[in-house]
Design a protein around this ligand. Structure first.
Ligand SMILES: Cc1cc2nc3c(=O)[nH]c(=O)nc-3n(C[C@H](O)[C@H](O)[C@H](O)COP(=O)(O)OP(=O)(O)OC[C@H]3O[C@@H](n4cnc5c(N)ncnc54)[C@H](O)[C@@H]3O)c2cc1C
Length: 459
């Protein structure tokens, strides 16, 4: 079998691309698309460990491809989230100035936002900042309100893209690490840990592995290293302290440490920005957590008195290029989408759209007219009705009235569905991302055995 397109990497970017391309046809025939992933689940690498903000792109570097993709991706993903049932909360953000230098930067940031096509920011004084977030620490000098920065579910997003791609006929190959590619005149043969795969077009969305795959095709255009971001997640009781995303004034070294509500009802503090060499080092460290606690104590002192539910770290694909690398090599029938650093969740659908346009210039594509409806994902956000609260759902199927994970209020029906879907959870981590089971304050102490029995099929 020769695929028309193989997408390597099932993070939020690769799943968005697979969904987009499987919605296309060429000369009246639907594209035959495969999504190839080294791990045993989609969205299991950088895409599962970020700060989950749907960025307006107000602070992007104006004129860059990243700025354009974030701006477009914001609108595409917000609309898609409504259709697919991806949890989003319209919190808005408040960027806070703590020093005189930072206060003087606020008008410059506002100008930058305008250059990025975002006109809705407003500068507020210290009194107005405290009126919005009374628990902020002492010393605020002013702020910038960014009303359209929202929070979104980072886990449901790639899962929804992948479910849609599969419903459109895409083939998902998990546990298939691509180890090499041989480009021929009419087809490319990929060597994978699960055997060879043949394709006409190859799309490289391999995240932190994208520069390695790119070089195996003979290119030397970008080099990546992991920039680790550690985060602390506080218990749901902390949520009353903060209802908006509290941002720092960004500096030359990055966006800085923020405090944000999550769609699951928690509050997160982070991330750090540590340049590493090991592309698999997602450990949290004493130094990283101490650094975050220090920052948090200044921004929102009361937060540090709340219980910590979890800690995690994600690896940004930091590039030696100042912009993202999304390029086509038509002679190789090859597109690369790499160096997608801090905004890939937001930009994912716009990257997919752009990849399609690069292919379309060489292989004319049209929209398929026989597409199934967009998937509707199970709701795991706090903003909408959860199954345990839904009387009609429980009346139709009593498994939705039977809570298994009490911390997160996850029902037997949801766990069963997650284990039986077209893209089932294969391990506990996968189940967490689909249902929130075991993500609460007891971390599975209470429900661990019962959930394991359900996973083993003995209950
Ligand atoms: C701490 C942190 C905070 C962030 N905050 C935000 C935010 O608030 N908002 C936002 O929009 N973005 C944010 N981001 C950025 C966002 O998470 C990333 O840009 C995005 O997840 C990148 O997705 P991806 O699909 O390119 O990479 P990944 O999710 O890493 O997916 C790449 C996939 O390719 C697979 N792969 C690699 N090599 C191979 C191979 N040879 N063969 C087969 N498969 C392979 C990997 O296993 C992986 O599953 C943040 C990132 C971090 C780390």
């Amino acid at each position: 079998m020769i695929f028309d397109c193989i997408v390597v990497g099932a993070g939020v970017v690769g799943t968005a691309i697979a969904r987009e391309l499987s919605g296309c046809s060429h000369q009246g025939r639907a594209l035959n698309v495969a999504l190839v992933e080294a791990r045993e689940d989609v969205g299991d690498a950088t895409s599962k460990a970020n700060t989950a903000i749907l960025h307006t792109g107000f602070d992007a570097s104006p004129g860059t491809m990243e700025s354009r993709l974030v701006r477009r991706g914001y609108h595409l993903l917000l609309n898609y989230a409504l259709d697919a049932g991806i949890p989003v909360e319209r919190t808005g953000a408040l960027l806070v100035a703590w020093t005189e230098d930072e206060r003087l930067t606020l008008p410059l940031l506002q100008d930058k936002a305008v250059s990025n096509g975002y006109l809705e920011t407003s500068i507020v004084n210290a009194q107005e900042v405290y009126a919005r977030v009374p628990s902020l620490g002492p010393g605020v000098l002013g702020g910038l309100v960014v009303p359209d920065e929202f929070i979104i579910c980072p886990w449901t997003t790639p899962l929804a893209f992948a479910h849609d791609a599969i419903a459109r006929g895409a083939h998902l190959h998990l546990n298939a690490a691509v180890t090499g590619a041989k480009v021929g005149p009419d087809e490319t043969v990929l060597q994978t840990s699960a055997g060879p795969l043949r394709t006409r077009w190859l799309i490289n969305a391999a995240g932190l592995g994208s520069d390695i795959l790119d070089s195996s095709l003979g290119h030397d255009r970008f080099h990546l290293h992991p920039r680790r971001g550690q985060l602390i997640v506080f218990d749901k009781l902390a949520r009353s302290l903060v209802d908006v995303i509290v941002l720092p004034v960004p500096s030359k070294v990055g966006k800085g440490v923020l405090i944000s509500p999550t769609v699951f009802g928690n509050v997160m503090l982070g991330p750090t920005a540590e340049d590493l060499t090991d592309r698999s080092d997602t450990a949290t460290t004493d130094e990283g957590l101490a650094f975050l606690r220090d920052k948090g104590a200044k921004i929102l002192p009361a937060l540090l008195h709340e219980e910590v539910t979890a800690m995690y770290a994600g690896l940004r694909a930091a590039s030696d290029q100042s912009d993202v690398t999304v390029e086509v090599n038509a002679d190789q029938r090859y597109v690369v989408a790499g160096g997608i650093r801090s905004t890939g969740l937001t930009a994912s659908m716009a990257i997919a759209e752009h990849v399609r346009s690069l292919i379309d210039a060489n292989l004319p594509l049209t929209d398929r007219t026989d597409l199934p409806p967009t998937v509707r994902m199970p709701n795991i956000g706090e903003n909408e009705l959860r199954p345990f609260q839904d009387e009609s759902l429980i009346a139709a199927d009593s498994a939705y009235g039977e809570i298994v994970c009490f911390c997160e209020r996850v029902t037997r029906g949801e766990i069963r569905d997650a284990l039986q879907s077209h893209l089932p959870a294969r391990d506990l981590d996968g189940l967490r991302r689909r249902t929130r089971a075991q993500m609460g304050r007891c971390q599975g102490f209470f429900c661990g055995a019962e959930i394991q029995a359900m996973m083993d099929g003995v209950e």
